[in-house]
Ligand binder design. Structure first.
Ligand code: ATP
Length: 307
């Protein structure tokens, strides 16, 4: 019974997290139906990994509804251990890239590979073990902080939980609560702020230690101290991992290996921060808007940019 419970419980959490971060709540059941449609190929083999893998999207075409194409001819590579950031207005297809990498849906054209292996030809279990998601808004269990962090790798030792909490900069906060790691959190326990919940998610992911990472940056406006803190945490979790960063603040993408500017399901511009500024196109316009937003004290974000 316990053997069955653990994977089911794990799937439950996975769906809760993804529902929060990558799909709308009201599409939850659509997603679960879709999930059953994406089946392992009869000859599917486990994903073979040796160190950090490269991730490639090759001429990817995708539509949720055949009548309405979403992604058209999207190609990019995240070299092993590097970060590629995706920016663009709401609805441009950023989260769809993440859903496709996790193989919630199959493509209408092109392919996605991890370490050279088409994700359609590997087992879904092995694919999902290799990918960690730090969602925008993490759902916590009504259980202890320790349980919530250890969920990243059931059976983790207490000292391992503390080590990742320190790396995610949530340890001091936990240590200051009366019961420390035994403090209950969630709806019926201690309420955590959005930033604190994201740190718990980062700690979980550090414990899972997947070679591929999807970081779905929170859209909520942050003050500059918090913004710097999130950047530091992101750098911590993405270090040496092949990372797809869905970014809502341009300040977090400055150091990315490549930045993709999405618009209506296509890559409109691509390059490093300095290259995109020199191009003086859409990215430069978004950057200027965000800078002026900071100068007048309002919090900028790519979502705020009227593109
Ligand atoms: P945001 O920044 O607001 O999260 P996004 O750039 O991540 O937006 P996506 O969530 O990838 O955008 O959505 C791209 C398009 O696909 C949108 O037009 C959206 O309405 C549509 N879409 C997303 N999920 C589904 C779904 N499950 N079924 C049908 N259409 C969908």
């Amino acid at each position: 019974m316990i053997q069955l419970y653990i994977p089911l419980n794990f799937l439950g959490v996975l769906y809760r997290e993804i529902k929060q971060s990558l799909v709308d709540l009201d599409r939850m059941f659509t997603l679960m139906d879709k999930e059953r449609e994406v089946a392992d190929a009869p000859d599917a083999a486990p994903l073979q990994l040796a160190g950090e893998p490269a991730v490639r999207f090759e001429q990817v075409r995708f539509a949720y509804d055949p009548a309405r194409p979403i992604l058209q001819d999207v190609s990019f590579e995240i070299p092993a251990g590097k970060t590629v950031a995706v920016v663009g207005p709401s609805g441009s297809g950023k989260s769809t890239l993440a859903r496709l990498l996790f193989r919630f849906y199959d493509l209408q054209g092109g392919r996605i590979t991890i370490a050279g292996q088409d994700i359609r030809h590997v087992t879904q279990d092995s694919l999902r073990c290799a990918i960690g998601i730090v969602p925008q808004d993490t759902v916590l269990f009504n259980d202890t902080v320790e349980y919530n962090i250890a969920y990243g790798r059931p059976g983790a030792r207490h000292d391992e939980v503390v080590a990742v909490a320190q790396a995610a900069r949530i340890h001091d906060f936990i240590a200051a609560t009366p019961q420390g790691y035994a403090t209950r959190v969630g709806e019926r326990g201690l309420k955590l702020s959005g930033g604190e919940k994201q740190r718990v998610a980062i700690a979980r992911t550090l414990l899972k230690n997947p070679p591929v990472l999807i970081f779905d940056e929170a859209t909520s406006a942050l003050d500059s101290a918090n913004e710097r803190a999130i950047q530091a945490e992101l750098a911590q979790v993405a270090r040496n991992k092949t990372t797809l960063l869905i970014a809502h603040r341009l300040s977090t993408v400055v150091d990315a290996h490549e930045i993709l500017v999405m618009e209506a399901g296509r890559i409109l511009e691509r390059g490093r921060h300095s290259e995109l500024l020199a191009l003086n196109g859409r990215y430069a316009q978004m950057w200027a808007l965000q800078q002026s937003g900071e100068a007048d004290g309002s919090e900028g974000g790519t979502e705020a940019a009227p593109l």
